[in-house]
Design a protein around this ligand. Structure first.
Ligand code: FAD
Length: 320
Protein backbone atom coordinates (compact mmCIF):
# COMPACT_ATOMS: atom_id res chain seq x y z
CA UNK A 1 0.00 0.00 0.00
CA UNK A 2 1.18 3.53 -0.73
CA UNK A 3 2.80 5.14 2.33
CA UNK A 4 0.73 7.56 4.31
CA UNK A 5 1.53 11.30 4.33
CA UNK A 6 0.86 12.84 7.73
CA UNK A 7 0.20 16.56 8.06
CA UNK A 8 0.82 18.07 11.50
CA UNK A 9 -0.92 21.41 11.93
CA UNK A 10 -4.20 22.25 10.23
CA UNK A 11 -3.86 26.00 9.84
CA UNK A 12 -4.21 27.53 6.38
CA UNK A 13 -1.17 25.78 4.84
CA UNK A 14 -1.83 22.33 6.35
CA UNK A 15 -5.48 22.34 5.32
CA UNK A 16 -4.62 23.44 1.81
CA UNK A 17 -1.93 20.79 1.30
CA UNK A 18 -4.22 18.10 2.73
CA UNK A 19 -7.01 18.94 0.29
CA UNK A 20 -4.68 19.16 -2.70
CA UNK A 21 -3.16 15.73 -1.96
CA UNK A 22 -6.46 14.09 -1.03
CA UNK A 23 -8.12 15.25 -4.24
CA UNK A 24 -5.29 13.57 -6.15
CA UNK A 25 -5.82 10.24 -4.36
CA UNK A 26 -2.83 10.33 -1.97
CA UNK A 27 -3.09 8.48 1.34
CA UNK A 28 -3.07 11.49 3.67
CA UNK A 29 -4.21 12.29 7.22
CA UNK A 30 -4.01 15.40 9.37
CA UNK A 31 -3.72 16.36 13.02
CA UNK A 32 -3.99 19.58 15.05
CA UNK A 33 -3.78 20.28 18.78
CA UNK A 34 -6.10 23.29 18.53
CA UNK A 35 -9.28 23.26 20.66
CA UNK A 36 -12.63 23.71 18.93
CA UNK A 37 -13.68 27.38 18.53
CA UNK A 38 -10.12 28.58 19.22
CA UNK A 39 -9.90 32.18 17.92
CA UNK A 40 -6.91 32.36 15.56
CA UNK A 41 -4.42 35.17 16.32
CA UNK A 42 -4.05 36.93 12.96
CA UNK A 43 -5.13 40.22 11.35
CA UNK A 44 -7.13 38.21 8.74
CA UNK A 45 -5.97 40.61 6.02
CA UNK A 46 -5.09 39.25 2.61
CA UNK A 47 -5.14 39.92 -1.11
CA UNK A 48 -8.45 38.64 -2.42
CA UNK A 49 -7.24 38.52 -6.03
CA UNK A 50 -4.72 35.84 -5.08
CA UNK A 51 -6.83 34.09 -2.42
CA UNK A 52 -9.66 33.44 -4.87
CA UNK A 53 -7.24 31.43 -7.03
CA UNK A 54 -5.84 29.31 -4.19
CA UNK A 55 -9.21 28.64 -2.61
CA UNK A 56 -10.79 27.60 -5.89
CA UNK A 57 -8.14 24.83 -6.09
CA UNK A 58 -9.67 23.28 -2.96
CA UNK A 59 -13.28 24.02 -3.93
CA UNK A 60 -13.79 26.93 -1.57
CA UNK A 61 -15.67 30.01 -2.70
CA UNK A 62 -13.56 32.74 -1.05
CA UNK A 63 -16.20 35.40 -1.75
CA UNK A 64 -18.40 33.89 1.00
CA UNK A 65 -15.77 34.64 3.65
CA UNK A 66 -14.85 38.26 2.82
CA UNK A 67 -15.72 40.66 5.66
CA UNK A 68 -14.39 44.06 4.50
CA UNK A 69 -12.63 45.42 1.42
CA UNK A 70 -10.10 48.24 1.60
CA UNK A 71 -11.12 51.51 0.03
CA UNK A 72 -8.35 53.85 1.18
CA UNK A 73 -5.35 52.61 3.11
CA UNK A 74 -3.50 54.91 5.51
CA UNK A 75 0.23 54.57 6.24
CA UNK A 76 1.18 56.67 9.26
CA UNK A 77 4.10 57.02 11.68
CA UNK A 78 7.80 57.27 11.01
CA UNK A 79 7.79 59.87 8.19
CA UNK A 80 4.72 58.51 6.38
CA UNK A 81 2.59 61.59 7.26
CA UNK A 82 -0.75 59.77 6.94
CA UNK A 83 -0.10 58.82 3.35
CA UNK A 84 -3.22 57.47 1.60
CA UNK A 85 -2.67 54.47 -0.66
CA UNK A 86 -4.99 52.63 -3.02
CA UNK A 87 -5.82 48.98 -2.57
CA UNK A 88 -5.18 46.27 -5.15
CA UNK A 89 -7.10 43.47 -3.48
CA UNK A 90 -6.61 44.08 0.26
CA UNK A 91 -9.49 42.71 2.34
CA UNK A 92 -10.23 40.92 5.60
CA UNK A 93 -11.98 37.55 5.73
CA UNK A 94 -13.45 35.18 8.30
CA UNK A 95 -10.38 33.00 8.76
CA UNK A 96 -11.91 31.02 11.63
CA UNK A 97 -14.94 30.01 9.58
CA UNK A 98 -12.99 29.27 6.41
CA UNK A 99 -10.51 27.02 8.22
CA UNK A 100 -13.29 25.33 10.20
CA UNK A 101 -15.28 24.59 7.02
CA UNK A 102 -12.21 23.32 5.17
CA UNK A 103 -11.18 21.11 8.12
CA UNK A 104 -14.56 19.32 8.36
CA UNK A 105 -13.76 16.70 5.77
CA UNK A 106 -10.20 15.97 6.98
CA UNK A 107 -9.41 12.48 8.21
CA UNK A 108 -7.74 13.02 11.58
CA UNK A 109 -5.06 10.78 13.03
CA UNK A 110 -2.45 11.44 15.76
CA UNK A 111 1.17 11.76 14.67
CA UNK A 112 4.30 10.54 16.44
CA UNK A 113 7.72 11.94 15.61
CA UNK A 114 9.00 8.41 14.87
CA UNK A 115 6.18 7.50 12.46
CA UNK A 116 7.57 6.36 9.13
CA UNK A 117 6.60 7.92 5.81
CA UNK A 118 6.53 11.62 5.11
CA UNK A 119 5.51 13.96 7.96
CA UNK A 120 4.67 17.54 7.03
CA UNK A 121 5.36 20.14 9.71
CA UNK A 122 2.69 22.81 9.21
CA UNK A 123 2.67 23.78 12.90
CA UNK A 124 3.62 27.40 12.22
CA UNK A 125 5.52 29.18 14.98
CA UNK A 126 5.97 25.89 16.94
CA UNK A 127 8.02 23.88 14.41
CA UNK A 128 6.85 21.00 16.60
CA UNK A 129 8.27 18.27 14.33
CA UNK A 130 11.14 20.07 12.56
CA UNK A 131 12.62 21.31 15.81
CA UNK A 132 14.25 24.66 16.57
CA UNK A 133 16.15 26.51 13.87
CA UNK A 134 19.25 28.62 14.50
CA UNK A 135 18.25 31.42 12.13
CA UNK A 136 15.00 32.37 13.88
CA UNK A 137 13.69 35.95 14.38
CA UNK A 138 10.36 36.39 16.13
CA UNK A 139 8.33 39.50 16.94
CA UNK A 140 5.82 39.91 19.78
CA UNK A 141 2.20 40.49 18.84
CA UNK A 142 -1.00 41.49 20.60
CA UNK A 143 -4.38 41.80 18.91
CA UNK A 144 -7.87 42.76 20.07
CA UNK A 145 -11.16 42.13 18.32
CA UNK A 146 -13.13 45.32 19.08
CA UNK A 147 -16.54 46.87 18.42
CA UNK A 148 -15.01 50.21 17.45
CA UNK A 149 -11.90 51.93 16.18
CA UNK A 150 -11.27 55.54 15.19
CA UNK A 151 -9.94 54.20 11.87
CA UNK A 152 -12.83 53.06 9.71
CA UNK A 153 -10.68 51.83 6.82
CA UNK A 154 -7.37 49.92 6.79
CA UNK A 155 -4.77 51.74 8.89
CA UNK A 156 -1.08 51.04 9.53
CA UNK A 157 1.13 52.99 11.96
CA UNK A 158 4.83 52.14 11.59
CA UNK A 159 7.07 52.22 14.65
CA UNK A 160 10.44 53.95 14.41
CA UNK A 161 13.49 52.13 13.12
CA UNK A 162 11.50 49.35 11.38
CA UNK A 163 10.57 47.66 14.67
CA UNK A 164 7.10 46.71 13.38
CA UNK A 165 3.69 48.35 13.17
CA UNK A 166 0.26 48.92 14.72
CA UNK A 167 -2.78 48.02 12.59
CA UNK A 168 -6.50 48.62 12.60
CA UNK A 169 -8.47 46.56 10.07
CA UNK A 170 -12.26 46.59 9.60
CA UNK A 171 -13.86 43.15 10.04
CA UNK A 172 -17.49 43.60 8.92
CA UNK A 173 -19.08 45.39 11.91
CA UNK A 174 -16.02 44.82 14.12
CA UNK A 175 -12.27 45.60 13.97
CA UNK A 176 -8.96 43.94 14.54
CA UNK A 177 -6.54 46.30 16.25
CA UNK A 178 -3.13 44.89 16.88
CA UNK A 179 0.59 45.44 16.99
CA UNK A 180 3.59 43.35 16.02
CA UNK A 181 7.05 44.45 17.05
CA UNK A 182 10.53 43.47 18.02
CA UNK A 183 9.93 45.45 21.23
CA UNK A 184 7.26 44.29 23.66
CA UNK A 185 6.77 47.94 24.76
CA UNK A 186 5.17 48.78 21.38
CA UNK A 187 2.24 46.50 22.20
CA UNK A 188 0.89 49.16 24.58
CA UNK A 189 -0.49 50.91 21.45
CA UNK A 190 -3.31 48.32 21.52
CA UNK A 191 -4.22 48.61 25.19
CA UNK A 192 -6.33 51.77 24.92
CA UNK A 193 -9.01 49.81 22.99
CA UNK A 194 -11.81 47.81 24.62
CA UNK A 195 -11.45 44.15 23.65
CA UNK A 196 -14.20 41.71 22.73
CA UNK A 197 -11.43 39.11 22.40
CA UNK A 198 -7.71 39.20 23.06
CA UNK A 199 -5.17 37.09 21.17
CA UNK A 200 -1.42 36.94 21.18
CA UNK A 201 1.41 34.81 19.85
CA UNK A 202 4.86 35.41 18.42
CA UNK A 203 5.22 35.73 14.66
CA UNK A 204 8.21 34.38 12.74
CA UNK A 205 9.74 37.23 10.71
CA UNK A 206 12.77 35.60 9.09
CA UNK A 207 13.13 32.83 6.52
CA UNK A 208 14.29 29.42 7.80
CA UNK A 209 15.14 27.89 4.47
CA UNK A 210 18.30 26.25 5.80
CA UNK A 211 16.09 24.12 8.06
CA UNK A 212 13.25 23.06 5.81
CA UNK A 213 13.75 19.32 6.28
CA UNK A 214 14.74 17.08 9.16
CA UNK A 215 14.83 13.38 8.25
CA UNK A 216 11.36 12.39 7.08
CA UNK A 217 9.87 15.76 8.20
CA UNK A 218 9.38 18.59 5.68
CA UNK A 219 8.06 22.02 6.67
CA UNK A 220 5.61 24.36 4.97
CA UNK A 221 4.22 27.77 5.89
CA UNK A 222 5.28 29.80 8.89
CA UNK A 223 7.26 26.82 10.26
CA UNK A 224 9.83 27.55 7.52
CA UNK A 225 9.39 31.33 7.62
CA UNK A 226 7.18 32.07 4.62
CA UNK A 227 6.13 35.35 6.22
CA UNK A 228 7.08 38.65 4.62
CA UNK A 229 9.83 40.22 6.77
CA UNK A 230 8.35 43.66 5.95
CA UNK A 231 4.55 43.27 6.15
CA UNK A 232 4.18 40.13 8.28
CA UNK A 233 1.91 38.72 5.58
CA UNK A 234 1.98 34.95 6.02
CA UNK A 235 -1.29 33.58 4.66
CA UNK A 236 -0.65 33.66 0.91
CA UNK A 237 3.11 32.94 1.13
CA UNK A 238 2.28 29.89 3.28
CA UNK A 239 -0.29 28.72 0.74
CA UNK A 240 2.32 29.18 -1.97
CA UNK A 241 4.80 26.97 -0.09
CA UNK A 242 2.10 24.31 0.32
CA UNK A 243 1.33 24.44 -3.39
CA UNK A 244 5.03 24.06 -4.24
CA UNK A 245 5.33 21.00 -1.99
CA UNK A 246 2.16 19.54 -3.49
CA UNK A 247 3.62 19.91 -6.99
CA UNK A 248 6.91 18.28 -5.91
CA UNK A 249 5.16 15.33 -4.22
CA UNK A 250 2.94 14.83 -7.23
CA UNK A 251 5.88 14.84 -9.62
CA UNK A 252 8.61 13.05 -7.63
CA UNK A 253 6.64 11.11 -5.00
CA UNK A 254 6.62 11.69 -1.20
CA UNK A 255 10.09 10.21 -0.65
CA UNK A 256 11.98 12.21 -3.27
CA UNK A 257 10.15 15.54 -3.09
CA UNK A 258 12.40 17.18 -0.45
CA UNK A 259 15.40 18.25 -2.50
CA UNK A 260 13.50 19.84 -5.35
CA UNK A 261 11.12 21.45 -2.87
CA UNK A 262 14.01 23.15 -1.03
CA UNK A 263 15.41 24.52 -4.29
CA UNK A 264 12.05 25.80 -5.41
CA UNK A 265 11.38 27.51 -2.06
CA UNK A 266 14.73 29.29 -2.25
CA UNK A 267 14.07 30.31 -5.85
CA UNK A 268 10.64 31.68 -5.01
CA UNK A 269 11.29 33.21 -1.58
CA UNK A 270 15.07 33.83 -1.60
CA UNK A 271 14.43 37.59 -1.64
CA UNK A 272 13.07 37.26 1.92
CA UNK A 273 16.72 37.00 3.03
CA UNK A 274 17.47 40.37 1.42
CA UNK A 275 14.39 41.90 3.05
CA UNK A 276 15.26 40.40 6.38
CA UNK A 277 18.81 41.81 6.27
CA UNK A 278 17.46 45.20 5.18
CA UNK A 279 15.07 45.31 8.14
CA UNK A 280 17.66 44.16 10.66
CA UNK A 281 20.23 46.71 9.43
CA UNK A 282 17.64 49.46 9.85
CA UNK A 283 16.74 48.21 13.31
CA UNK A 284 20.42 48.21 14.28
CA UNK A 285 20.90 51.72 12.83
CA UNK A 286 23.58 50.51 10.40
CA UNK A 287 24.33 52.30 7.14
CA UNK A 288 22.57 50.53 4.29
CA UNK A 289 24.83 48.62 1.91
CA UNK A 290 24.35 48.02 -1.82
CA UNK A 291 22.50 44.75 -1.23
CA UNK A 292 20.07 46.62 1.08
CA UNK A 293 19.45 49.28 -1.58
CA UNK A 294 18.71 46.57 -4.15
CA UNK A 295 16.31 45.00 -1.65
CA UNK A 296 14.13 48.12 -1.68
CA UNK A 297 12.55 46.98 -4.95
CA UNK A 298 11.42 43.85 -3.10
CA UNK A 299 9.76 46.05 -0.47
CA UNK A 300 7.51 47.32 -3.24
CA UNK A 301 6.84 43.76 -4.39
CA UNK A 302 5.95 42.44 -0.94
CA UNK A 303 3.62 45.38 -0.19
CA UNK A 304 1.96 45.08 -3.62
CA UNK A 305 1.49 41.33 -3.11
CA UNK A 306 -0.40 42.09 0.12
CA UNK A 307 -2.94 44.04 -1.98
CA UNK A 308 -1.63 47.60 -1.50
CA UNK A 309 -0.45 49.85 -4.33
CA UNK A 310 2.86 51.36 -3.30
CA UNK A 311 5.55 53.33 -5.00
CA UNK A 312 9.01 52.89 -3.64
CA UNK A 313 9.96 56.48 -2.75
CA UNK A 314 7.99 56.91 0.46
CA UNK A 315 9.45 53.67 1.69
CA UNK A 316 12.96 54.92 1.12
CA UNK A 317 12.19 57.89 3.40
CA UNK A 318 10.71 55.53 5.94
CA UNK A 319 13.65 53.20 5.96
CA UNK A 320 16.66 55.43 5.46
C1 FAD B 1 -1.10 38.69 15.42
C2 FAD B 1 -0.83 38.21 14.02
C3 FAD B 1 -1.40 38.88 12.95
C4 FAD B 1 -1.19 38.41 11.65
N1 FAD B 1 -1.84 39.05 10.62
C5 FAD B 1 -1.72 38.57 9.37
C6 FAD B 1 -2.49 39.15 8.32
O1 FAD B 1 -3.30 40.06 8.53
N2 FAD B 1 -2.33 38.66 7.07
C7 FAD B 1 -1.45 37.63 6.81
O2 FAD B 1 -1.34 37.23 5.64
N3 FAD B 1 -0.74 37.06 7.79
C8 FAD B 1 -0.87 37.47 9.07
N4 FAD B 1 -0.20 36.84 10.08
C9 FAD B 1 0.64 35.68 9.76
C10 FAD B 1 -0.24 34.48 9.43
O3 FAD B 1 -1.30 34.37 10.35
C11 FAD B 1 0.55 33.17 9.46
O4 FAD B 1 1.84 33.36 8.94
C12 FAD B 1 -0.14 32.10 8.62
O5 FAD B 1 -1.43 31.88 9.10
C13 FAD B 1 0.71 30.83 8.70
O6 FAD B 1 -0.05 29.72 8.30
P1 FAD B 1 0.45 28.26 8.71
O7 FAD B 1 -0.58 27.33 8.18
O8 FAD B 1 1.85 28.08 8.30
O9 FAD B 1 0.46 28.25 10.30
P2 FAD B 1 -0.71 28.52 11.34
O10 FAD B 1 -1.87 29.19 10.70
O11 FAD B 1 -0.08 29.17 12.51
O12 FAD B 1 -1.19 27.05 11.73
C14 FAD B 1 -0.41 26.20 12.52
C15 FAD B 1 -1.32 25.12 13.10
O13 FAD B 1 -0.52 24.15 13.76
C16 FAD B 1 -1.16 23.74 14.95
N5 FAD B 1 -0.17 23.16 15.85
C17 FAD B 1 0.77 23.79 16.60
N6 FAD B 1 1.51 22.88 17.26
C18 FAD B 1 1.05 21.67 16.90
C19 FAD B 1 1.41 20.32 17.23
N7 FAD B 1 2.39 20.05 18.10
N8 FAD B 1 0.73 19.30 16.67
C20 FAD B 1 -0.29 19.55 15.80
N9 FAD B 1 -0.69 20.79 15.46
C21 FAD B 1 -0.02 21.83 15.99
C22 FAD B 1 -1.80 25.03 15.45
O14 FAD B 1 -2.88 24.73 16.34
C23 FAD B 1 -2.28 25.66 14.16
O15 FAD B 1 -3.59 25.29 13.82
C24 FAD B 1 -0.38 37.27 11.41
C25 FAD B 1 0.20 36.60 12.49
C26 FAD B 1 -0.02 37.06 13.79
C27 FAD B 1 0.57 36.31 14.94
Amino acid sequence: MEQRIRIAGLGISGIYLYQRLKNDGFNVTGFDIKKEKFYIPCGYATNENIMHKYMSQINIDFEKYILSRANKITFAGNKFDDRILDPSGLCTFDKNKLEEDARNSIELSKINRDDDGLIIDATGISRAYLGKSREDTQYYTLEYLTDSSEHKDFYFYFFERGRGYFWSFPMGNKYHVGAGSLSVDDLTAVRKYIPVRITSRNIRMSPQFGSIQNGNVIGIGESIGTVSPVTGEGIIPSLRSAEILYECIKRYGPEDAGNVYRHRIIKEFGYYYRLSRLVSNIQAGRTLNLSNIIAIKYVKKTVNDFGIRLEVLPFIRHFV
